[in-house]
Write a protein that binds this ligand. Sequence first.
Ligand code: NDP
Ligand code: MG
Length: 385
Amino acid sequence: MTTASASPRGVAILGATGSIGTSALRVLGRQRDRFAVRALTAHASVEAMAQLASTWRPSFVGVTNPNGTPTDAAWRTGPGVLSEAATLADVDIVLNAVVGAAGLGATLAALRAGKRVALANKESLVAGGELVTAAAQERGGELIPVDSEHSAILQCIAAHPTSSIRRLVITASGGPFRDWDERRIAGATREDALRHPTWSMGRKITVDSATLANKALEVIEAHFLFGVPYDRIDVVVHPQSIVHSMVEFSDGSVVAQLGVPSMELPILYALTHPERVEDGGVPRFDPVASSPLTFEPVRAAAFPMLGLGIAAGRAGGLAPAVFNAANEAAVERFLAGAISFGDIPRFVERALEQEAAGSVAGSRPTLDAIQGADLRARRSVMENS
Ligand code: NDP
Ligand code: MG
């Protein structure tokens, strides 16, 4: 356990107006001795940002897409504000809580500037896995997961070397359609998909949790974060969302991390890792009240996005970026009421096939190549019908 340091560590929150951003600000409100909020960004929520700015008084406020809405003259605007906020001299930790591959540039910029990146924005690691891990290794930055499963794995691994890991077991709530049959799932409405049984989150990740695309993104995320090959990463359904993931070691011992389903716990840990600090913001875990804890296999045929995503991860090269971008576009269309729930995997599969026909498999992609593949995948989904 540590005591508060003399000078608080500076934190930038990219995507401060979102679900993770809001949870992070609750955590930081309780930890003002240790951390100071130095930069906040939003995309289009100018009014919400004005409220945050007056509460937190950060020295940097950025809005990526104000959409013509007038902003405070002191604020920075435009897509460049993410990387600007991520590299400020008085910022030590960048919490990337932006949604989508739009967060990739900022993840890279922060790591290259030697910052700790507390990464909620899994899409940036999926799209640019090799680039991101190389930036973390080469430039002295640190990549610490915020995603609850990966925070769990980090905590389970502790000081053990990668060679002692036999298997990662990532848990999945199963989402709102865990026990629906395939036909019913294909016709699910937006309201059905937005009704998550255990977590309250932004709309995009909530839909990803209903298709299980989120779990595919998390398998790829785990592969890059922990350097574990795909054939040693398993997924198991655990409807209570209490066991956040497990690590099986070479001696057969399995270590799991448990806790109430609140993102405040992994957010705090990403800020303080490897230390633990006093914090009482989340209800304490009660094993009896949480009983029973159950586990079941994933119904792969009912949730094709999981298999598609893991196959893209295994294919490597640009395939994970294509899977991610196609999924982002398909979810956007589904949320706009333009396509059915069952269209999401169909359109993503089509985008992956189109890209596979024209790309070089297994090559180490550059940022340009990733952005090109991302655009092609989005176009493929937008033009599909
Ligand atoms: P939200 O949709 O609630 O929030 C997204 C945030 O990013 C908002 O501040 C939004 O600004 C901003 N934003 C949206 N689009 C862009 C863009 N193109 N460029 C820059 N900023 C943008 O999402 P969540 O908080 O749920 O998720 C954020 C990330 O964390 C995602 O990658 C998600 O997968 C991951 N994550 C989330 C969890 C959760 O519990 N919510 C759990 C684990 C991971 P504005 O408000 O102005 O639109
Ligand atoms: Mg997760």
